[in-house]
Design a protein around this ligand. Structure first.
Ligand code: DGY
Length: 328
């Protein structure tokens, strides 16, 4: 008998076919998110779950007494309550590696967009303003090449950003991380820096940290106060890593020049969020990994993790905090 699994969001047909070969599955394939009461019913008898978001906590786990593996189609796994999963012996897996280059591309998209004011000027052209104003400096931005980039959180994606910065834009790269990155230091001339020094010296500050209890609001009033007045702040990680009210104040008080944001404290971002009213802030709907190829690869990787977990093998991408469960 094949193990029972539930897929709580639409996935590509090829990925579904792969799961079908190994599992007895049901799927929520509608565009709107699955209502919690339906999810609760669907997970009551399954051994494995594919998810994209939604808390995997004690309450959720109590609705899924047979669950052995939760495979999220994302690299971030802040939706996992690690303690609750450990207590219930439920493995959690994620999708590292396959999205690194794609997210690094988007970080540079935000850097260039904010520095050269691309969305604002795109709107300006489409609204028929070109040729109407005589001020020749009106559309000026700031340079990206040969400036200093500070990366807070130098994981795999951070290193891809550093490569683009150093080799493509000839930027000086500063980074802060739990551990030194000798390869990035050697190949890209990246220099390890304490956070305060990095903030004070960078023209572009990119935060690339996972969301944990320790990183919640790690960038706030004090950190914005240390940045240069011409600094542009980029967040492609998780909204809650930043104290958004402090970011709004820093922008209003011109403590920094601008921001490029793919993530927000509350998503979807509320229309009343003051960040949406600011021309010097580029806003995106959490699309860091959103290309056809990368989202396919993420879904396939999640499926491989799921199938391994429900068929008695060790999934390739068990999250580090739960690896000890997989070794039992
Ligand atoms: C990730 O993979 O964590 C992306 O941010 C999508 O959630």
């Amino acid at each position: 008998m094949k193990p029972k699994v539930f897929i709580s969001a639409p996935i590509p047909k090829k990925v579904e076919d792969y799961i079908a070969q190994h599992c007895d599955y049901r799927i929520w394939d509608k565009k709107e998110p699955i209502p919690p009461e339906i999810l609760a019913r669907e997970v009551a008898d399954v051994k494995g779950l594919i998810t994209k978001k939604g808390a995997i906590n004690k309450e959720f786990l109590s609705q899924a007494p047979h669950l052995k593996v939760v495979s999220t189609i994302s690299v971030g796994y802040d939706s996992f309550d690690i303690e609750a999963m450990r207590e219930r012996n439920v493995l959690g897996t994620h999708t590292p590696f396959v999205l690194d280059e794609t997210v690094a591309d988007l970080v540079f998209g935000l850097i260039l967009s904010a520095a050269r004011r691309l969305p604002e000027l795109d709107r300006w052209v489409k609204e028929g303003n070109w040729g109407k104003e005589k001020d020749s400096e009106r559309n000026f931005g700031v340079d990206v090449h040969h400036t200093t980039l500070g990366i807070i959180g130098m994981g795999r994606i951070g290193e891809k950003i550093a490569r683009r910065a150093a080799l493509g834009f000839e930027m000086d790269v500063l980074y802060n991380s739990n551990s030194r990155k000798p390869e990035a230091e050697e190949k890209y001339g990246a220099r390890y820096s304490e956070v305060d020094e990095l903030l004070a010296s960078s023209d572009f500050v990119v935060v690339m940290l996972p969301l944990t209890q320790e990183t919640h609001h790690i960038i706030g009033e004090k950190q914005f106060g240390l940045m240069k007045p011409n600094a542009i702040f980029i967040n492609c990680a998780r909204g809650q890593v930043v104290d958004e009210k402090a970011l709004v104040r820093a922008l209003q008080e011109k403590k920094i020049r601008g921001a490029g944001l793919d993530v927000f404290e509350v998503e979807p971002v509320g229309q009343d969020n003051p960040l949406l009213q600011m021309d010097n802030v580029v806003t995106l709907p959490h699309i860091g990994s959103a290309t056809h190829n990368t989202r396919f690869d993420m879904a396939m990787r999640a499926a491989e993790n799921l199938v391994a977990g429900v068929t008695g093998q060790v999934p390739p991408d068990v999250v580090k905090e739960l690896k000890s469960l997989a070794e039992l």
